[in-house]
Ligand binder design. Sequence first.
Ligand code: DQA
Length: 146
Amino acid sequence: MADAPLIFVLNGPNLNLLGTREPEIYGSDTLDEIAGRIEDRASAAGAEVEIRQSNNEGVLVDWMHEAQSDGAKAILLNAAGFTHTSVALHDAIKAIAVPVIEVHLSNPHAREEFRHKSLIGQAAYGTVAGFGALSYLLALDAALAL
Ligand code: DQA
């Protein structure tokens, strides 16, 4: 669609293993299944989504820059483990004008202490966490409402 808003959905390390990775915490849906639901909701809303996953921090930084040059309306970012460590991703959020919504399947604040700090949340527009795969759909609604 010509004027459809474009939303990038970027996923960080180990999220390629969703489905079998600690299902008691992250649920049993695979990333592909979640991606399908995001695509369905986006197309019902007349939006376009670009959904990607990488285990590499620099690749995620490059994709955030690409989202800006492609004219994305927003980025949904589940930085996974990089959430708690990555100055580079924090800086990337600050470096672009595209609003970034932090997404998590689990609620990091209800988990280990080291997950309570988010370098992503300190730079992001907002955060949706703790709703399992639904977190992505809620974040998509928020992004489209911005
Ligand atoms: C996660 C939470 C992070 O703490 C963790 O490192 C992940 C997944 C989530 O979606 O709940 O890999 O981002």
